[in-house]
Ligand binder design. Structure first.
Ligand code: DAH
Length: 387
């Protein structure tokens, strides 16, 4: 195998003993070694060549370095030991360098070393990259119909000078009920099908956490933050323990509104909501208000709009009644202001109105969706219709 490394006319290099230790003799010996080393390394073309080359020069047993040690250094007279030692050391480091270099020329570069030479790697990758291949197209997402409807409602109220306020989805009993004038154990609480967080029996009831059942608690948080006058719109998710069907979902969305100032009247409420409904469903839509009950408003009303599909004549969507119920509203109950009186809300000096509407309902009406479940199933075929 070793023979392959040499040109035919050369005899392989052999370490022979010195006849004299003159500087010129040492020099000649060194030249011979270096010439042989370079010639043999130039003949290394693959891994097997390299291993044979390495072993011939560096094998512990009988490699050329070992032979030099034995034949030159060990047997040299004391007077020449120093020079011969220096020569052997210099040749050893030359052999090691050339053997390493020969290795790099035939063996793949280990990953750790490759990382230290990113330029070379990038070059290699670039040459494997065909920039004329078509790219991977990723489908572009679109706004969810609920968010689209929410944005639209918020936009209508922003244009009337309302600002947007948000509150937590995990709320305390105090904000969700107590400060909104739902007395403890009052039957009005039952209508809310509340989902409570477990394991809180040790806490006073006002501190117990629940998933908010409506966005109305944000009214209280907004009034605690800023004194009157105030005009806020509060969009968000709400939760109720409802069995899912075509018109119910345990998770849905509401938008709350609140306006408080001096001399706010029920007419302001009617005018504001009538304008909002016309903006959302078309200017020919009519609104009607009829009495209702909410603990936090007095008087309270439910608002219906004339059916935008049949113009009020009666159809499947409005169940032949010509009207669709869309939201609750009323004048803020003075008892609610009592909870934020210290923040500047003296019910003797100010008044306000509030309203709350279901966004999912509005989205369903606007986009002709007949099952609320479709909004939450995440079926791309359904959602991409709104892109
Ligand atoms: N929070 C009520 C609900 O979820 C909706 C509502 C009714 C909000 C009247 C109001 C309001 O602000 O004044 O059923």
């Amino acid at each position: 195998m070793v023979g392959e490394c040499f040109q035919a006319e050369h005899l392989p290099y052999i370490v022979s003993k010195f006849e004299d230790y003159s500087p010129s003799a040492l020099d000649r010996a060194a030249q011979e070694v270096l010439t042989a080393l370079k010639e043999e390394s130039a003949a290394v073309h693959n891994e097997a060549d390299w291993k044979a080359f390495r072993d011939r020069w560096m094998a512990r047993k009988n490699g050329i370095l070992t032979q030099m040690n034995d034949a030159w250094l060990k047997s040299s007279p004391n007077t020449a030991k120093r020079e011969v030692g220096q020569l052997v050391n210099a040749l050893r480091s030359e052999v090691e360098t050339i053997v390493e270099r020969a290795k790099a020329s035939v063996l793949p570069v280990p990953i750790a070393e490759r990382a230290a030479k990113p330029q070379a790697v990038i070059q290699k990758q670039l040459s494997a990259l065909d920039i004329t291949l078509p790219g991977i197209r990723r489908p572009v997402g679109s706004r969810h119909p609920v968010l689209k409807a929410m944005d639209e409602v918020v936009g209508v109220f922003k244009a009337m000078g309302y600002s947007v306020e948000q509150g937590p989805e995990v709320e305390t009993d105090y904000y969700n009920f107590e400060a909104l004038n739902f007395p403890a154990n009052h039957p009005a609480r039952d209508t809310q099908d509340t989902i409570f967080i477990a394991g809180q029996d040790h806490k006073p009831s006002r501190d117990r956490l629940l998933l908010r059942t409506h966005t109305s608690p944000v009214q209280i948080r907004a009034m605690q933050k800023a004194p009157p006058p105030i005009r806020v719109i509060c969009p968000g998710k709400v939760h109720r323990h409802d069995t899912p069907d075509a018109s119910h979902s345990p998770l849905f969305h509401q938008i709350e509104g609140l306006a408080v100032d001096t001399n706010i009247t029920f007419s302001d409420l009617k005018g504001t909501l009538d304008h909002a409904m016309k903006s959302l469903f078309g200017s020919s839509v009519k609104t009607r208000f009829y009495p209702s009950f909410f603990p936090f408003t007095e008087p309270s009303a439910d608002v219906q709009i004339s059916c935008p599909f049949c113009g009020g004549k009666g159809c499947r969507t409005c169940k032949q009644s010509g009207w669709i119920e869309l939201l609750g509203c009323g004048m803020v109950d003075p008892n609610v202001f009592e909870f934020v009186r210290a923040n500047g809300y003296d019910p003797k000096k100010i008044s306000g109105f509030a309203f709350g509407m279901g966004v999912d309902r509005i989205a369903m009406l606007k986009y002709g969706i007949d099952d609320i479940q479709l909004l939450f199933q995440g079926d791309v075929r359904f959602l991409e219709q709104f892109a």
